[in-house]
Design a protein around this ligand. Structure first.
Ligand SMILES: NC(=O)c1ccc[n+]([C@@H]2O[C@H](COP(=O)([O-])OP(=O)(O)OC[C@H]3O[C@@H](n4cnc5c(N)ncnc54)[C@H](O)[C@@H]3O)[C@@H](O)[C@H]2O)c1
Length: 356
């Protein structure tokens, strides 16, 4: 029997509430399938750890996590820890250290979930965002000159390498070939004459290697507008780290809210573990109430199963999520209902054996 070792990082606030539901659901899939087993191990890292030890995770964390097939992450972010520390000392080191250079984010409206856009339905909201995940605007290069003085000057430099840009775009072209053969590149080359002109050149050069893929480039500001007015125009979308980050939160809104949007931080070559998480943050405003929607986290579990090559198990778990949404009998607060995080997790888990 195949065994997949999963490192579990619940993180902070609602991360601790949604991850147990995700584990319950994926363990049920493995039980029903019977051909593979999931072994999970939890690591209590995050902001609580920081408040005790002044670091978000131990210094040898990457060395420890290297031995796992995947990482299942809730979210980090805590009112008592500055965000640039919780995200900067946790999320970025994992994404960069494990060369998870693709951030994969499906934006798909589920049956029974209300779309906030008038006259748009299931056929209109179905995109796959590929966000470059290790460099660009989040390359973390910069510094402060004469801090605290009247001459204080801050530099934050973007880094776009040919190597990093090409590999993200190649992945996007390949994904477009597996879907509808349409790829949109998000740019801002009218204003960013170095980074984004370069981005466009790489996109244009690579399109010559994929003549069957229909390509389009759209300025990021226009993209935000088109995603609201004409979301049906988009299938696979490739974007830089910052633009992808922002637009996929808009995408999450189109699919019903942050509780529905999963993400995978992928190392396609599988030389390091990939990491799967809901794209939402730690939602301190609703933490501790047991009302967070666990669907994004369970869906991130679907992506993890896909990454393992367990395509049938992944499809069945997604079907279970879709059926629960379509039935509309169990709804969390963000869906207009009053069911708890656990009740939603239970409903989806129960559906797994039916959908197999
Ligand atoms: N990958 C990560 O761990 C990650 C990502 C984004 C933000 N953060 C951190 O999370 C903290 C909070 O950030 P924020 O408030 O900007 O974003 P957020 O995603 O945590 O919350 C935004 C809104 O969405 C709602 N929401 C989020 N998840 C939900 C769920 N599962 N079900 C129902 N509603 C949900 C929240 O209640 C809130 O109203 C910050 O510290 C931030 O840095 C972490």
């Amino acid at each position: 029997m195949k065994i997949y070792k999963i490192a579990v990082l619940q993180g902070d606030c609602v991360g601790k509430e949604v991850i147990p539901e995700g584990i319950k659901a994926i363990e049920e899939v493995s039980r029903v399938d019977g051909s593979f087993k999931l072994v999970t191990e939890e690591f209590p890292w995050g902001s609580d750890f920081y408040l005790k030890y002044s670091q978000m995770m131990p210094s040898d964390a990457l060395e420890v996590l290297k031995g796992y097939d995947a990482i299942y992450l809730g979210a980090v972010g805590h009112p008592d820890v500055p965000d640039h520390i919780s995200v900067g000392q946790f999320i970025f080191p994992l994404r960069q250290g494990f060369n998870q250079y693709i951030n994969l984010r499906p934006i798909k409206l589920l049956p029974g979930v209300e779309c906030p856009l008038k006259n748009k339905g299931l056929a209109d909201i179905d995109m796959l965002f590929i966000r470059e995940n290790t460099e660009g605007e989040y390359g973390n290069i910069g510094g402060t000159f004469m801090a605290g003085s009247s001459r204080e000057t801050v530099l934050q430099t973007n880094i776009f390498t040919r190597y990093g840009t090409e590999r993200a775009m190649r992945y996007a072209f390949e994904q477009a070939g597996k879907r509808k053969g349409k790829l949109t590149s998000v740019t801002k080359s009218n204003a960013l004459k170095h980074s984004m002109v370069f981005w466009d050149e790489v996109f244009s050069d690579m399109s010559k290697q994929y003549p069957k893929i229909e390509t389009r480039k759209v300025l990021v500001d226009a993209m935000a507008m088109f995603m609201v007015l004409k979301p049906e125009q988009f299938d696979v979308v490739v974007a830089s780290n910052l633009f992808g980050d922002i637009l996929t939160d808009l995408g999450a809104a189109l699919q019903g809210g942050m509780g529905f949007s999963p993400g995978g931080n992928i190392n396609p070559e599988k030389e390091y573990p990939s990491m799967f998480e809901p794209i939402h943050g730690s939602a301190p405003d609703i933490a501790g109430k047991g009302i967070a929607n666990p669907i994004a986290t369970i869906w991130a579990g679907v992506m993890m199963l896909e990454h393992f090559g367990e395509t049938r198990a992944a499809a069945c778990l997604l079907k279970a999520i879709e059926e629960v949404c379509a039935e509309g009998l169990v709804k969390t607060a963000d869906m207009g209902g009053s069911n708890s995080t656990r009740e939603m997790g239970d409903a989806i888990t129960k559906k797994v054996s039916v959908s197999y």
